[in-house]
Every structure is written in C-alpha cells, then in structure tokens.
Design a protein around this ligand. Structure first.
Ligand SMILES: N[C@@H](CCC(=O)N[C@@H](CS)C(=O)NCC(=O)O)C(=O)O
Length: 225
C-alpha cells in the first residue's frame, strides 16, 4: 500500500472530490486535518510545502501535489488497475481534460464566485448568479444524450463536476431547470460508492464552519464599533 497523505478540511468541496476518488480506487489516504479558522493553511511549515496554501494537498512519499483535479488524475495514473477513469488515449483523455477544465474555469468558478460572498453574509449578486446559471445551462447542453460527462463511461470528470453540482444544490441553487444535469447527478450519486456518505459528512462540517464564521464576523464587527 502506498503512503499517501492528504491534507484536507472536512468542509471543503475539492477535498471531497479527492476522497471519493481515492475511496473508489481502494486507496487508504492518511487524512491530515487543516483547520482553516485557525489559519493552519497559512502556517510556515505548510506554506513551505505548498506555497498555494490550499487544501486538498497530496503528499505521496515526498511528491507534493495541490489542485483536486490534478490529484485525481495522478491517483488514477499511478494507482488504478486500468485507465478507464482517466483514459491514456490522447483524444479520450483530451475530452476528460476538457470537462475538468470546464469545471475548474467555468462551472465551479462561477458557482464559488456567486456563493462565497453569501457564505460571508453578503447578499447574492444577480450578475454573478446569471453567470453561474448560464454555466449550468451550458453544462446541461454538454450532457445532452450522454450518461456521463464525457459520454458512455464514468471518468474523473464526473467526480469533479458532481462535487460542484451537489455543492450548488446543497447551498440552494435550483437545478430543476437543467434536466440533463439532474438526471446525470442522480446517476453519479448512485454509481459512486460513498458519494452520499462523504458529501453528507462534509456538508455537516460546512454548516458548522459557516456558523462559526458568522459568529467570528459578528464578533469582529462588534470590536470595530
Ligand atoms: N482549485 C483548487 C481550489 C482549492 C481551494 O479553493 N481550497 C480552499 C478550501 S475549499 C482553500 O484551501 N482555501 C484557502 C486559501 O485559499 O488560502 C482545487 O480544486 O483543489
């Protein structure tokens, strides 16, 4: 068994992506908790390993890798019994990468851009909401006639995209208008072992974190007066 450590935060969506994929591959990740409220990700020893100061962050026997989508690709390349989740054929891999980049740069990006200020107690920005819903509409079109994000086989792109879509769903984004997305998300939830289990415990942690954040922000505003 390889010695794989994952620096993670229970509440973090990209950490969930890595944990779900590792679980599917039967990998035993050593989870190292990083407490964001205590700014542990800014501590010099962590920043020295990971100047990007983010989780998830993989340590594979001294090989360091941040970025959830890069991590899941690496885990399949190194530890899966075959390449079905991340095909080595250039065209099939390009199609998977295309959906991973669509997730990172468009779907996840527009969702987190809209949602993060709300988590910090601000009102939702209608322009950002429009942009996010347009991204879901594009995703819905991309899924037309497909069972999975890239066609007829589940790949790592489904893991990353499903974490984005389920996060949006959890925070109250109404996905009903995107019927392909809803059908696909349902399929992913059933097909990925542990999807619901990891999501549910992460959402519970996120709820708790947001509560603590609200209290911290309220305290800071009182101290400012
Ligand atoms: N693109 C990165 C995003 C990772 C990310 O945003 N992580 C957050 C937690 S969910 C974090 O570590 N934030 C702390 C920081 O940016 O300093 C990925 O997919 O891994």
């Amino acid at each position: 068994m390889p010695q794989l450590s994952l620096y993670h935060t229970e509440a973090s969506p990209p950490c969930r992506t890595v944990r779900m994929l590792a679980h599917t591959l039967g990998l035993d990740l050593q989870l190292v908790d990083v407490d964001m409220l205590q700014e542990e990700h800014r501590k010099p020893e962590f920043v020295k390993m990971n100047p990007q100061h983010q989780v998830p962050f993989l340590d594979d026997n001294g090989f360091y890798l941040p970025e959830s989508r890069a991590i899941i690709g690496y885990l399949v390349d190194n530890y899966a019994k075959d390449d079905s989740l991340y095909p080595r054929d250039p065209k099939r891999r390009a199609t998977v990468n295309r959906m991973l980049f669509f997730d990172a740069g468009t779907l996840w990006m527009s969702y987190s851009d809209y949602q993060m200020p709300i988590f910090y107690g601000q009102p939702g920005d209608p322009e950002k909401e429009k942009k996010m819903l347009a991204a879901f509409e594009t995703f819905d079109k991309l899924l037309d006639g497909k069972d999975w994000a890239t066609g007829s086989h589940v790949t790592i792109a489904d893991y990353a995209l499903a974490v984005t879509a389920s996060s949006a769903e959890w925070s109250g984004v109404d996905l009903k208008a995107y019927s392909n997305v809803c059908r696909w998300l349902d399929r992913v939830k059933k097909a990925i072992p542990c999807f619901d289990e990891i999501n549910n415990s992460s959402f519970a942690a996120l709820k708790e974190l947001l509560q603590k954040l609200t209290e911290k922000l309220a305290e800071m505003s009182v101290n400012k007066q």
